[in-house]
Design a protein around this ligand. Structure first.
Ligand SMILES: Nc1nc2c(ncn2[C@@H]2O[C@H](COP(=O)(O)OP(=O)(O)OP(=O)(O)O)[C@@H](O)[C@H]2O)c(=O)[nH]1
Ligand SMILES: [Mg+2]
Length: 214
């Protein structure tokens, strides 16, 4: 699918502050530094659309990006950033959980996990929470370019085992790299499949006016 437009349409501190929209929304959530903002840029094919940083804690608000005037990608602040105070973490939890549980046009959450690491308890607890809240979710393994294939596969096997142990059932599991664009087609196709089709203009019948026959 071709991206014809990708626009930042606003940011919000919490659910009440979110821009009204009836377009399907797809949100990216995960630990700080896992690669959420980089993935938004990779999918939209616009460098710098979402702000990225090597330092965790860069994205502090809920950011909305409208794609092809057809659906919206939502870049969320990360969780589990140790340098953030307890009070700030609680604020984050309220901010993000309020959006995830209350946003009516939210179609799907992509829970991002770093493919360089074994599945972490905090990530599994977050995915468990998504499932308990009945929020549709898929998992994306990020930064696959940073490890050898066999390491990524071994972490994936561990993840599948952990998901089974916890009784967690994501819709899909994707593997991606914002650097090499691995996984872009699969994720975009999946999003497209969840969005209502744009009504196609009907091909009009050729005009048949009486005088034309003469
Ligand atoms: N090699 C490689 N680096 C990546 C990839 N994705 C992200 N990065 C790097 O990881 C760092 C964090 O990326 P971000 O996209 O800012 O991460 P984030 O999850 O949005 O972080 P917060 O906003 O702080 O929660 C940056 O230095 C990125 O360049 C990837 O697929 N491959
Ligand atoms: Mg970010």
């Amino acid at each position: 699918m071709k991206i014809t437009s990708a626009r930042f349409i606003g940011c919000a501190v919490d659910l009440e502050d979110c821009p009204p929209s009836s377009l399907p929304e797809f949100a990216f959530v995960g630990r700080s530094n896992v690669g959420k903002s980089s993935l938004v840029n990779m999918l939209a094919e616009v460098k710098g659309l979402a702000k990225t940083s090597g330092t965790p804690g860069k994205t502090k608000l809920i950011n909305f990006f409208r794609i092809n005037d057809h659906w919206t990608l939502v870049d969320l602040p990360g969780y589990g950033f140790a340098k953030v105070s307890k009070a700030k973490q609680a604020e984050f939890n309220q901010q993000v959980s309020g959006y995830l549980t209350g946003r009516e046009n939210l179609k799907q959450v992509f829970a991002l996990l770093d493919s360089q690491l074994e599945p972490l308890d905090t990530d599994l607890a977050f995915i468990d929470w998504l499932q308990q809240c009945e929020i549709p979710y898929s998992i994306i393994f990020t930064k696959t370019d940073r490890s050898a294939d066999n390491k990524v596969i071994s972490h994936e096997v561990q993840l599948l085992k952990a998901l089974e142990d916890y009784g967690l059932k994501p819709n899909e599991i994707f593997k991606c790299s914002a650097k090499t664009k691995r996984g872009r087609g699969a994720i975009i196709n999946w999003i497209e499949g969840q969005s209502p089709k744009k009504p196609k203009k009907k091909a009009g019948k050729p005009i048949q006016l009486g005088w034309m026959k003469k």
